[in-house]
Design a protein around this ligand. Structure first.
Ligand SMILES: [Zn+2]
Length: 222
């Protein structure tokens, strides 16, 4: 059994992740098309489910996107106050990932730019193995672009420090990301969202220092 309800211009605001703002912002729900139903599994066991298909709008940047929230009576729990709730599975279109910095990719060299964009897409779409491989490829491409010396990535990362492109602490972190990328590429090991989020933040910091800030300095402080 299945039913549909349509609600427009819902009252109130909600905290959702905005792709443009790269963080959680207040949104309004412009329209919500709700599918709900239940299935009888016999012996008095009924499973109820609900899928809300929503058109949402960020109240900051006014970007409009799509959000799907699904719940099922089989997936429930109690919070610390003993309050009963259903776990919500949420998907956004276009997909998004909280905390990614919107860096100006047009200031990056072409090769770095395309690998960076694909790696971000992999993270946003939870393609975690590909994201890990992308992070390694990004480090390799930056090393190549910065003419890092050495026969392998290990030596090339060390040479970035000798060229004063990366600090001593930065080198240690890059080696950790190199190992993470190796595990993704050679052992087909997926990393979790938290690891990938931190890895890309570190890379963005490096891209900022290596390409974006020097460009701004040459433009503003002539
Ligand atoms: Zn926004």
């Amino acid at each position: 059994m299945k039913d549909f309800t349509l609600e427009n211009n819902l009252e109130g605001t909600h905290k959702f992740i905005c792709k443009e703002c790269s963080r959680e912002t207040s949104h309004k729900i412009i329209s919500s098309y709700c599918e709900h139903g239940h299935e009888d599994h016999g012996y008095g066991n009924t499973i109820a489910w609900m899928v809300k298909n929503q058109i949402i709008q960020c109240l900051g940047c006014e970007d409009v996107s799509f959000r799907i929230s699904s719940t099922c009576s089989e997936d429930d729990d109690y919070d610390e106050n003993g309050e009963h709730y259903y776990n919500e599975t949420i998907k956004y279109y276009p997909s998004r990932f909280e905390g990614l910095k919107a860096i100006n990719i047009y200031l990056l060299p072409d090769e770095v730019q395309s690998i960076y964009q694909e790696t971000i897409l992999a993270i946003e779409n939870e393609q975690n193995i590909l994201a890990g491989i992308g992070i390694r490829a990004l480090i390799e491409t930056i090393c190549k672009d910065q003419k890092a010396e050495g026969k392998d990535l290990n030596q090339q990362i060390n040479s970035l420090h000798e060229k004063s492109i990366v600090t001593k602490e930065g080198v240690d972190i890059l080696h950790k990301l190199r190992v993470l990328g190796n595990k993704a590429a050679h052992e087909v090991q997926a990393h979790n969202k938290e690891q990938l989020s931190l890895a890309i933040q570190i890379i963005e910091h490096m891209l900022d220092g290596t390409y974006i800030i020097p460009h701004k300095v040459s433009r503003v402080l002539k």
